[in-house]
Design a protein around this ligand. Structure first.
Ligand SMILES: Cc1cc2nc3c(=O)[nH]c(=O)nc-3n(C[C@H](O)[C@H](O)[C@H](O)COP(=O)(O)OP(=O)(O)OC[C@H]3O[C@@H](n4cnc5c(N)ncnc54)[C@H](O)[C@@H]3O)c2cc1C
Length: 335
């Protein structure tokens, strides 16, 4: 019996096993999904938490519920991947040998990567909304915010859902208008990009939407540190952006086991062929979703877009056939 092991039971891992289980004979292929816990988070829902009306059970469900019969679910932290030995080790010491590995461990906000971010202002005037805990803390901060400089900020690309910080600003604009305090709030978007978004057409369109709402854009801003005493973002070229309430998107990084495995890039995203998502170094390793170093928006919609080609290629690959399908990089995203 061969073993197909999927690391990560988030959007990508869950979608994959649902599509793949019936495509591989059950008496030939055993399938396992590993994740650290049974909480499947609908991360897109975090965006609405700061503005109220979203309960935890709107965005968190049992992971097991979404995994089809015939796929084993294991709970544990993936600590080590040894691609030369086709072996994964969990933090509790369990060892999982595999014939075929799919890395779907996503990407995670890492506030520890920016000096000053995790200082005394963290969760006081410095917030994030890329975790449920962070979005909840921001809800409290927003409720207490009565005016001043509200700064939304992206540390560096790539981040998952690159449009989410803009959506946050649009929602904040509406929120402050509803509360009747919009004229007391200065809204600013600080980005390392040269405009509102990654691609030129969307950047122009979204730029107009920001302008129409009186939201200022501070572009080409590569943050070096947060000056917590002065409550200011400081860039490498010594520009300063003061804030009363900062909502930042920290550096997004892949899972820590990716780096030591030798399969990742400097941000611990898995280096893959952009058409097939096969590891550039190991033929029996693929990466799906945010974990891959694809030059596209890291998003659930991106996973939808590449899944057809991915599944067909994987089925061909495990049967020893050449990979005939290629993802063209097209992603559709609703704002
Ligand atoms: C605020 C916000 C808004 C968003 N809005 C949208 C949107 O509107 N549209 C859209 O398409 N996308 C959106 N996204 C992006 C979308 O949520 C992600 O791109 C998607 O979840 C990626 O799926 P994934 O499976 O690659 O990673 P994830 O869904 O993050 O799953 C990774 C899984 O791996 C597990 N894992 C990680 N490391 C380990 C380890 N070492 N051991 C064990 N388990 C591990 C995690 O627990 C997690 O369950 C948004 C994201 C955010 C944060």
């Amino acid at each position: 019996m061969k073993h197909l092991l999927v690391l990560g039971g988030g959007t990508a891992g869950t979608m994959l096993v649902n599509r793949l289980r019936d495509r591989l004979a059950r008496d030939e292929w055993r399938m396992t999904v590993v994740d650290r816990d049974d909480e499947h988070h609908y991360q897109a829902g975090y965006l609405f938490v700061p503005f109220g009306g979203v309960r935890d059970d709107d965005v968190v469900r049992s992971r097991r519920r979404f995994v089809p019969d015939g796929v084993e679910v294991l709970y544990g932290e993936v600590e080590r991947l040894d691609p030369a030995a086709d072996l994964v080790r969990l933090a509790d010491g369990r060892e999982l040998p595999y014939d075929q590995l799919i890395i779907a461990t996503g990407t995670t906000p890492r506030p520890d990567q920016t000096p000053g971010m995790l200082g005394t202002e963290w969760r006081r005037s410095v917030h994030e909304f890329y975790t449920l805990e962070g979005a909840r803390a921001l809800a409290d901060a927003l409720a207490a915010f009565d005016g001043g400089r509200f700064v939304a900020h992206v540390c560096e690309m790539p981040i998952k859902c690159p449009v989410a910080p803009l959506e946050l600003l649009f929602l904040a604009d509406a929120h402050f208008r509803e509360r009747g305090i919009r004229e007391r709030v200065e809204l600013v978007y600080v980005t390392p990009l040269d405009g509102a978004f990654t691609t030129p057409v969307a950047a122009a369109r979204l730029g107009h939407m920001l302008e129409a709402r009186g939201i200022a854009v501070e572009a080409d801003f590569v943050v070096e540190r947060i000056d917590e005493a002065a409550r200011a973002l400081v860039s490498f070229d010594e520009r300063r952006v003061p804030f009363d309430l900062l909502v930042t998107v920290p550096v997004n990084m892949g899972a820590p086991f990716v780096g030591p495995s030798g399969l990742g890039d400097e941000l611990d995203h898995v280096r893959v062929d952009p058409g097939t998502l096969q590891s550039r170094l190991r033929q029996n390793v693929f990466a799906l979703g945010d974990a891959a170093d694809l030059p596209i928006s890291k998003s659930g919609s991106g996973i939808h877009s590449c899944l057809d080609a991915f599944v067909e290629n994987l089925v061909d690959h495990v049967h020893g056939r050449p990979l005939r399908h290629a993802f063209d990089g097209h992603v559709t995203c609703f704002v």
